[in-house]
Design a binder for this molecule. Sequence first.
Ligand code: SF4
Length: 341
Amino acid sequence: MSALTVTDLTVDYHQRGGGRLRAVDGLSFELEPGQTLALVGESGSGKSTVVRTLSRFVKPSSGRIALGGDAAQDAARRGRRAERRAYHKTLQLVFQDPFASLNPMHTVAHHLRRPLLLHGDHRRGAQLEAAVLDLLRSVNLTPAQDVARKHPHELSGGQRQRVAIARALATNPKVLLADEPVSMLDVSIRLEILGLLDRLKRDRDLALLYVTHDLATARHFSSQIMVMYRGEVVERGPSDRVILYPAHPYTQMLAAAAPDPARTRAQSAEARAQRIARRDGHGAERRESALDGGCRFRSRCPFAMDVCATRPPDLPTAEAGHVARCWLLEPRPTGASGAAS
Ligand code: SF4
């Protein structure tokens, strides 16, 4: 049974002065226990809205979010309050900013006791304190007694993010949303934190949604990648296939711009040129108001054709389990011109 099923999720934001902005458009996916799915995209792609919606900070306009497991379904039958409680116990979030996610007034132990008391079956006293120390050891924060007494300002950024991960584990969740969990940390400790998340996922059979703009770590730490652009998934498939053989022009652009030690100087120059084209493309997008009828990427796409301006492409299979939303990969509608526009 899947740990998390999202079906046709749509989120609209109302804009000042009227009008709506569709931040997420028809998102569907399933996340299995023990699986890491990376959700990749630039800022403005809609990935943060997906995280906020799954965390219930934002209400979806339509669609369905369902957690698997008997506990979630039993709670749903017991009423709204029980369902809400079970949802937040089952699905936990690791925030991007470890500096803002912990209250500077409280000790590490205080931050961990609260979710244990709210959602765990620990009584107060020695049993609770033992659970706090176990959580700290599980994220390699030792000696646990010393760390438990500290305040956030006494910890490094990496240690704070470990505390935030320990806090997320306190409810014994089945699904973990990691929203850019290392983007605010020193490069030297990013791999350690991602390695920790990977180990915890395996040890606890967690379903992990890893939200990032970084294709390199997405490939390394996930089995599947979904690439989002302006609210919709444009490519999805096994991580190696998506990174090594990207089918959508947008993914190709992201892959070309991603740091790669093996890349030659000439390829780096090409990537730089593509980054500039991408930046210019953002400007073109802002100027272009009538994108709704066709492919949303067309103002930045070097392969755009006439059909791309008039009809949105679907998600046809590029190969088994690998899909991309692009007219280059599917038969064009009868009468559509393939000439470059
Ligand atoms: Fe480019 Fe057209 Fe494919 Fe969109 S559908 S990515 S504009 S070729």
